[in-house]
Design a protein around this ligand. Structure first.
Ligand code: LLP
Length: 421
């Protein structure tokens, strides 16, 4: 469910007319609905209320400060994977005790910043990383809290690029190694407190079963650790809940809760979740304008002003995003023309949709690419020296620019032409 709906054949975001926002701020443009964002945060929180989990929004999905602030104001924590994400989370006033830090390649500088900030814990992914955290904590004369990220070797049945919990992936530690580290931690590491376990098996997972399987594997590990006198405080079950882009039928928050709650309760640990897509995915659209219609002997191309630099998911994962006309005209009902909806970038992989049935399109038509709240702007780039799009947040009081459109000066801001060239 989301707050992008037609009224009199015109697309609205909450109470705001999308075409009016386009006129004011130009295209390509990201538009987010505050209500949709909050509704999804509350949905997952409510479904699991009986165990009062800490919901750490996965900042990688959408790191716009205004959106982070909306969630922080509701008491959300944050899951970060870089010094930059940590910086942004702290910037919007998230309590450091609600920040968890994952990722296989944390640098010394990033580790030091997180220890200084006093985050809740690191999700450590290798022995070498533990050794580095130990050294940095020692130097800072602090004790660092750490959870071990376990790779439970579960197939989440999602796209292979976003599968993270199989043993062939680079993430986490195998169960046996984790157990050994827990048993020896006190002897080897004097500046680490191992306080929890973490899993994250993949993203856009539509079925409950992989989550259940992974959690069950962890219950066995938790029991074994308890038998050996090791007590934990936290169990971080990661993110990964799928959403509807097309015709997927993902588990609802309630169905997910029903499946996992009995297992999670049994752990008696504080539960943490790291949803990104579930909270932000359907809260945003990418608005783009048709520049040209180009008919070739084989195809109809609608060339639009947003490209793979603005939204890379179709090119990278062959991901499907629904594309809707912002104004539905008389031809809307007759979906006869198939278009490749492509961007201006000089790559054949630059497409938003292939062979998509659409109403007859004309130059200047506005199109809304749906499901662009997560992994959309966050993965955008300046490829082809294209300034990145602006972002607008709509709430019940109106709309506000939350990121300015980049200009040409922004493209060269960090570049240097040496004098002696
Ligand atoms: N926690 C960890 C440790 C993660 O690596 C991720 C996502 C999440 C939480 C949040 O997962 P979510 O709830 O959003 O599924 N760019 C891809 C998705 C990559 C996800 C990477 N990790 C896409 O556009 O589909």
């Amino acid at each position: 469910m989301h707050e992008f709906r037609y009224r009199n054949n015109e697309l609205y975001c909450e109470g705001a007319r999308v075409s009016e926002i386009a006129e004011k701020f130009g295209t390509p443009l990201y538009i987010y609905s505050r209500k949709t964002l909050l509704d999804h945060y509350r949905k997952i929180k409510r479904a699991l209320r009986s165990i009062n989990p800490l919901i750490c929004f996965s900042v990688k999905a959408n790191s716009n400060l205004a959106l982070l602030k909306v969630l922080a104001n509701q008491g959300a924590g944050m899951d970060v994977v870089s010094g930059g994400e940590l910086y942004k989370a702290l910037k919007v006033g998230v309590n450091p005790k609600k920040i968890v830090y994952a990722g296989v390649g944390k640098s010394e500088k990033e580790i030091a910043a997180a220890i200084r900030a006093g985050i809740l814990f690191f999700n450590a992914e290798s022995f070498a990383e533990l050794a580095l955290i130990e050294r940095v904590a020692g130097r800072l004369k602090k004790k660092a809290n750490v959870s071990l990220r376990v790779n439970p070797d579960i197939d989440p049945h999602t796209h292979k690029f976003i599968t993270t919990g199989k043993m062939t992936n680079k993430f986490g530690l195998d169960i046996k190694t984790c157990e050994e580290i827990f048993l020896r931690c006190g002897i080897i590491f004097s500046h680490l407190s191992l306080i929890g376990l973490h899993i994250h098996i993949g993203s856009q997972i539509t079925d409950r079963l992989p989550f259940v399987k992974a959690i069950k594997k962890m219950l066995v590990l938790i029991k074994r650790l308890r038998q050996r006198g090791i007590s934990l405080k936290y169990f971080n079950i990661g993110g990964g809940l799928g959403i509807v882009y097309r015709d997927e039928r993902p588990q609802s928050a309630e169905e997910f809760a029903q499946a996992v709650l009995p297992l999670l309760r049994a752990t008696k640990l504080k539960i943490i979740l790291e949803p990104g897509r579930f909270i932000a995915g359907n809260s945003g659209i990418l608005l783009t304008r048709v520049v040209y219609i180009k008919k070739t002997p084989n195809k109809n191309f609608a060339i639009v002003d947003a490209g793979m630099n603005d939204l890379i998911r179709p090119s990278l994962y062959n991901a499907y995003h629904e594309i809707l006309p912002v104004v539905r005209n008389a031809q809307y009902a007759i979906r006869t023309t198939h278009y490749d909806i492509v961007g201006p970038i000089c790559e054949s992989a630059d497409f938003l949709a292939k062979n998509r049935p659409m109403p007859a399109l004309r130059a200047k038509d506005l199109l809304a690419v749906m499901g662009a709240g997560a992994y959309a702007f966050a993965m955008s780039s300046n490829y082809n020296s294209r300034p990145r799009a602006a972002e607008v947040l709509v709430n019940k009081k109106g709309r506000a620019l939350v990121r300015k459109r980049e200009c040409y000066r922004d493209l060269i801001r960090q570049e240097i032409i040496p004098r002696n060239l």
